[in-house]
Design a protein around this ligand. Structure first.
Ligand SMILES: [Ca+2]
Length: 138
């Protein structure tokens, strides 16, 4: 099923993170490139379905995904929907089950990803996240 790419970036054959390339799980799957310095979250496993990309090069704080923009393209808030994540930034991203950075948390390190949050108990349950900017020499 073809899906829109909200940021208008050409669909790629794989997702490049450093020297590692992730290929779609099926030949027909549409994959999205997650640009350098962005944190990309997906509604479905394996980086499919609705997608939203946050520019996190300078850090980012999202205290309540149920109240604040952004939404997916379909207008639904991201809260309790995120199922896979790509962190293509130089900063670690920490996700929380509750708003205001509370509850159980999971970190997706710089230049890494989680293709199936259900394996870690965080599927459809993330309500806030923050990205702490890396400061060179600090
Ligand atoms: Ca989901």
């Amino acid at each position: 099923m073809k899906k829109r790419n909200w940021i208008g970036i050409a669909v790629s054959v794989g997702i490049t993170l450093g020297s590692t390339v992730i290929f779609p799980s099926t030949a027909s799957a549409v994959s999205y490139s997650c640009p350098v310095d962005y944190l990309c979250v997906y509604d479905n496993n394996s980086f499919t379905g609705q997608v939203y990309a946050f520019h996190v090069a300078d850090g980012y704080r999202e205290a309540n995904l149920n109240m604040d923009p952004p939404t997916w393209l379909n207008g639904v808030y991201l809260n309790d929907h995120i199922s896979s994540i790509i962190n293509n930034s130089n900063n670690g991203a920490t996700f929380y089950k509750d708003a205001n950075y509370k509850g159980a948390k999971i970190t997706v390190p710089s230049k890494s990803w989680n293709s199936k949050l259900s394996t870690t108990g965080f599927d459809n349950s993330i309500s806030s996240f923050n990205v702490i900017a890396y400061i060179a020499g600090a």
